[in-house]
Ligand binder design. Structure first.
Ligand SMILES: NC(=O)c1ccc[n+]([C@@H]2O[C@H](COP(=O)([O-])OP(=O)(O)OC[C@H]3O[C@@H](n4cnc5c(N)ncnc54)[C@H](OP(=O)(O)O)[C@@H]3O)[C@@H](O)[C@H]2O)c1
Length: 380
């Protein structure tokens, strides 16, 4: 295992971290296969992984319980443990302590190394401010229940910078970042900004939830033609490790084979990419990008929509289904079905958003198209 600097903190993190959002499940597709999950988490730790990430809501609340069990028998002392506060559930400031205490119990630990505000976006950040949650977090640091305050992020670069600049004790931020998401959300600009401010930066969804392990044919061909042979997953992970601003790559591994492969990749993580390899990745990135039908960067400048349409999320679901094929399209349709207050069907075509969109996307024409594909199951 290779180790890397963790922002300005005085310890080194393994190049690979274990994300517990996609643990192995039983045939019902839901229940965690506990013995197997414990086996693969421990295998990773035995091979030098020293960071595990979970959250209140993963696997219906059971991820924390299973991670807690995996960390018995002396494993807790070998890893930093991170979990997250579910901002969308908070109704009063007291919820912070209640939730944290419950999570500590589930994880069978007396303290968390990192406690993150989960998936911060504009509404989540408003809640942090409204309920004074930073003060609550600081009190939890004071009484020893948490060691560090951090956040995970899903919104625009501008908000990302604002959040970083609003508080000077963030230890770390966790962003969705991979060679496909260079300009989405915080993006490469955000990663560099956070690192320049001394925050440790964790790249989550490094394989875009597994989609970069099975890239579209056009992209796969570029990697296949490269003289350096490695798996599609390793190409994606190497792209991240090649950036000094990234402290750790947090992969969610679901099988022992994936753990073994990613551990091997992490062993090679300190070998820099050659100019030729960077060119291959650059080509793959551009080809991928060209496949995106609506090149929304999720800047959210289009907001607020008078009808409440979450424009970037509708584009994201549509694009994912288009680029990544049938299974992803089914997932996108399922998610779309839950957007009763924010779905594309609510678009009235007023086009106020189009004046504000820096990409000049034809949003009012696009939303009915998004709805026909995702809501009415029509073809692209
Ligand atoms: N807002 C937040 O805070 C937030 C959001 C997302 C994630 N996270 C955290 O970040 C972690 C990482 O995100 P992620 O789970 O999306 O990570 P990821 O590494 O992008 O995706 C994990 C999936 O990739 C596939 N995979 C992993 N290694 C592979 C390999 N060597 N070969 C082939 N396929 C491989 C597996 O999918 P298949 O088995 O389906 O092929 C696995 O379930 C999560 O587990 C979670 O802890 C946090």
């Amino acid at each position: 295992m290779r180790y890397r600097k963790f922002g300005k903190q005085d310890w080194e993190v393994s190049a690979l971290g274990f994300g517990c959002m996609r643990l192995p499940v039983l045939e019902d597709g839901k229940t965690i296969n506990e013995p197997e999950a414990i086996r693969i988490i421990r295998r990773a730790i035995d091979n030098g992984v020293n960071y595990a990430d979970t959250a209140y809501m993963y696997h219906g609340g059971n991820s924390e319980i299973v991670l807690g069990k995996a960390l018995l028998d002396g494993y807790r002392a070998k890893v930093k443990v991170a979990t997250k506060f579910p901002l969308w559930k908070v109704e009063s400031a007291d919820d912070y302590d209640k939730t944290l205490d419950n999570q500590l119990k589930k994880l069978q630990t007396s303290y968390l190394d990192y406690y993150l505000f989960h998936g911060v976006g504009a509404p989540g950040w408003e809640r942090v401010l409204k309920f004074g949650l930073i003060k609550k977090a600081e009190a939890a640091v004071e009484d020893g229940r948490i060691k560090n305050i951090a956040f995970s992020f899903h919104d625009s670069y501008d908000l990302f910078v604002k959040i970083i600049d609003s508080y000077d004790k963030w230890a770390m931020c966790q962003v969705q970042y991979n060679y496909f998401d260079v300009e989405n959300q915080a993006g490469m600009k955000g990663v560099k900004y956070a690192a320049s401010k001394g925050l440790a930066v964790i790249a989550m969804e490094p394989l875009l939830g597994g989609r970069l392990s099975r890239p579209p044919e056009k992209v796969a061909k570029i990697f296949d033609a490269a003289s350096k042979k490695r798996t599609y997953s390793e190409w994606a992970l190497k792209w991240l490790w090649n950036q000094p601003e990234i402290s750790m790559v947090l992969s969610g591994m679901s099988t022992m084979q994936q753990v073994e492969e990613n551990l091997r990749s992490a062993d090679n993580s300190a070998v820099p990419l050659s100019a030729e390899e960077l060119k291959t990745l650059d080509q793959a990135q551009k080809t991928y990008r060209d496949l995106i039908p609506f090149k929304c960067t999720a800047c959210n400048y289009c907001q607020p929509c008078p009808s409440g349409v979450d424009i970037q999320w509708n584009f994201e679901l549509y694009n994912r289904g288009y680029i990544h094929g049938k299974t992803q399209l089914e997932d996108s349709r399922k998610t779309y079905a839950t957007l009763d207050k924010t779905g594309a069907q609510l678009c009235t075509g007023c086009a106020q958003c189009e004046e504000k969109c820096p990409q000049k996307l034809p949003i009012s024409e696009a939303m009915p198209k998004v709805h026909s594909v995702l809501g009415e199951n029509k073809d692209y």
